[in-house]
Structures are given as C-alpha cells and as structure tokens.
Design a protein around this ligand. Structure first.
Ligand SMILES: Cc1ncc(C[n+]2csc(CCOP(=O)(O)OP(=O)(O)O)c2C)c(N)n1
Length: 376
C-alpha cells in the first residue's frame, strides 16, 4: 500500500501526530514523515520505543486524539512496559495506533536475531491488549477501509490497535539525505580501530551495520572472528555486555563499538559503566548522527555529542576524532592510558558500502568461538 494512502486513512481515525524509532521495513513511512514534518512538531523520533508510547499518551491526554507509534518489532520489548502499565484498558485506557515492521516473519528469510521475536510478534501485541491488523502487499483499499472501520470504535473506547506491516506492505517515500559532516565512514573507523588494538583484545560491537562491517573487516584483514561479540539484536545493550565481560576479566582489554542511536536508546548504561570504573573497557562511540543501518533517519537531529556526556558521567580520559589523522593520533594515547576509564567519540559520515554482507557465522557459532577463546 502506498504510504500516503495509509497516512490519509489514519487521519480518519484522528491520527495527526507521529512518533517512534525507525525501521528498515518501515522506511517508506519514516521517509514520508521526515519529508512532511522533519523532526519537530508533528513528528518525533524518540530514543526508544517505550518513550514513543509515552509521548503518544501525552499527546492523547492533551488533545483527545490518538497518535501513531511506529517501530520495528524488535522494539516491542521496549514498548511493553508503557503498553501494559500506562495505556492499557485496565489502567488509563489511552488509545494508540501502533505501526510495527514485522522482521523475522515465519516463512520469510531473515537474520537470526529476528527469528524468535518474529515468531511471537502477533501474540505479544495481542497480549498487550492490541487488536492487530495485517498490512501486506495484497492489502487493497477495500481491505484497509474495513480495518479503519473496525479500529475506530476500539480507539473510541480507549483501546489500542496495531498495523503489523509485512515486508513490502508499505511503499513510496523519498529517501532521507544522511548527515555528511566528517571525513570518515563507520567502516573506515572500525578498520583503524582494529588495526590499533592489541591482537589479544576483545571487541563487542553494536546492532546493525557496525557488526556486519566488523565481521567483514576481520575477514579482509586475515583476522579470525573469535575475539568479537556481535550484538546483532538487543540494540543499546552492547556496553552492558562488554561491561559484564570486562568486570569478569580484569586482565583483558575490551573495546565496545557503540552507535549513537544505540547509546541514546539506553543512555543510563553510560553512567553505570562510568560508576563501575572498568578501566579495561574502552567505549568507542561511532557517531554518524543517524540510524544509518535502518535508512538514515537522524538521531535527535544529528547534532548530539557524547563526549561531554561521558565526561559528566565520570570517564577519566575522553577523546574525540573527526578524521583519520586525528584517530591515528588518539588511539595510541588511549591505549597507553591504562588504569583510566576511557571513552572515544568518532564523528563520522553516515553511509555504508552497497555490497556489505552479513555475518556468515550464526550467533551460536560466534558465541562458541568467543567463549573458547576466553577458555570457557
Ligand atoms: C529495540 C530496537 N529498536 C529498533 C531496532 C532497529 N534498528 C536496528 S539498527 C538501528 C539503528 C542503529 O543506529 P545507530 O546506533 O546510530 O547505528 P548506525 O546504524 O548509525 O551505525 C535500528 C533503529 C532494533 N534492532 N532494536
């Protein structure tokens, strides 16, 4: 279905405010909202999906109109708390219109991190009290009109509904122009990082293309993958995984390769990490100003800097690099500063290779080889 027709239909339900976290499958919707509203006013990209449900709740309280909350199904977990304990009919009964991209739909080939979430997606939404409508390539105007007719009285009663979007279910949209403000790409930075790191160091990389690039760079450089943990799902948790490892292995060095969207999603972890004072964990923030892996929607406008946040949280050595020369200067200083808690922010252009592949190891193979390298 064309995204503009979809949005026009939702207007009939009173939906004129849009919020969420971007998703590759919902890219036509994300791009259209960005083209029409930018990132202020009627369209807000939140740090996480739960925040979007809460924002939609606030909008309803102040206007009496339901808002749209869009997300990849990976984000349902983040949204469950406000859906169950804030908007649900047994609590406040605040209606929301969710639009959920269905990664890992059973029978459709997808990446392993989506397999379980994809299988339980309809049930999870129903368990949260939502009436689920499927939107696929075959959904025509008449079918959509029927869904709107069924949704309207539910919303009027304070219940929420979800449009579950199958691959290709929404079309159209003009691609977002991604931030081009630095000299390096994420892949350039990761290559330089692994070349500077010690051969015995461990890496924990964030969700999305960063992990795919790390995997391919290892291969291209003739390295093995056994010292890398690829956080293929659970966006925003790479630093806690790395912290768990670093605390248990004080004599090893760990690098966390984080994304700006991911770090923002669970920003509280930065303060916890600083408070834990794990001096064998180097947190690297690959800041391209965008959710590049899912289409390039800016992260809070693209201007957020994490170095001041890391300083405020208590990191002892905080350095920034904007180009290859600076990064080559910064990394030996970082490595030499053992005993200090270290944070590096790298400002990047958003973008990736067209031919970027995906890890050929399964998550279980990745884990088994890493744990073997750790002697476990
Ligand atoms: C909880 C959750 N919400 C949304 C997604 C979809 N998703 C995967 S990668 C990504 C963008 C990550 O952005 P960032 O951390 O800035 O890294 P970049 O892609 O720019 O390298 C998103 C939104 C997800 N995997 N999990």
């Amino acid at each position: 279905m064309d995204t503009r027709l979809f949005l026009r239909g939702l207007k009939q339900l009173g939906v004129g405010f849009y919020t969420g976290v971007p998703d590759s499958l919902l890219k036509p919707l994300n791009d259209t909202l960005y083209a029409d509203y930018g990132l202020t006013g009627a369209h807000v990209v939140t740090a996480d999906e739960g925040g979007a449900v809460a924002l939609a709740a606030g909008h309803y309280i102040a206007t009496g109109k339901p808002a749209m909350v869009y997300m990849q199904n990976s984000g349902i977990g983040n949204a469950v708390n406000p859906l169950a304990s804030l908007t649900h009919g047994l609590v406040y009964g605040i209606p929301c219109v969710l639009v959920v991209g269905w990664r890992g739909e059973p029978g459709v080939h997808d990446e392993p991190q989506h397999a379980y979430q994809g299988k339980v997606t309809p049930q999870m939404l129903e368990l949260c009290g939502l009436r689920v409508f499927a939107l696929d390539k075959g959904t025509d105007d008449a079918a959509f009109a029927g869904m709107l007719e069924e949704a309207a009285p539910l919303l009027a009663k304070g219940e929420s509904v979800a449009f579950l979007v199958h691959k290709g279910g929404l079309t159209g949209g003009e691609p977002v122009r991604m931030p081009q403000r630095a000299a390096m790409t994420r892949e350039d930075a990761i290559r330089t990082l692994i070349q500077h790191a010690g051969g015995q160091d461990y890496f924990v990389s964030t969700t999305g293309k960063a992990s795919r690039e790390l995997f391919e760079l290892r291969k291209a450089l003739g390295h093995t993958h056994e010292r890398d943990f690829l956080t293929v799902g659970s966006m925003g948790h790479a630093n806690m995984i790395a912290l768990g490892m670093a605390k248990a292995r004080p004599n090893d060095t760990f690098w966390c390769l984080d994304g700006d969207g991911a770090a923002l999603m669970h920003l509280g972890g930065l303060a916890v990490e600083a408070q834990q004072h794990a001096t064998n964990l180097i947190h690297v923030l690959l800041n391209n100003g965008a959710h590049e892996s899912v289409g390039g929607m800016p992260v809070v406008g693209g201007g957020l800097r994490f170095a001041p946040l890391a300083e405020a949280a208590g990191f002892e050595l905080v350095l920034t690099a904007e180009n290859e020369t600076q990064l080559n200067d910064v990394l030996p200083r970082v490595r030499a500063a053992q005993g200090k808690q270290r944070f590096v922010e790298i400002l990047l252009n958003a973008g990736a290779r067209e031919d970027l592949g995906r890890p050929t190891q399964t998550p279980k193979e990745n884990l088994a080889s890493l744990m073997q390298a750790l002697g476990k």
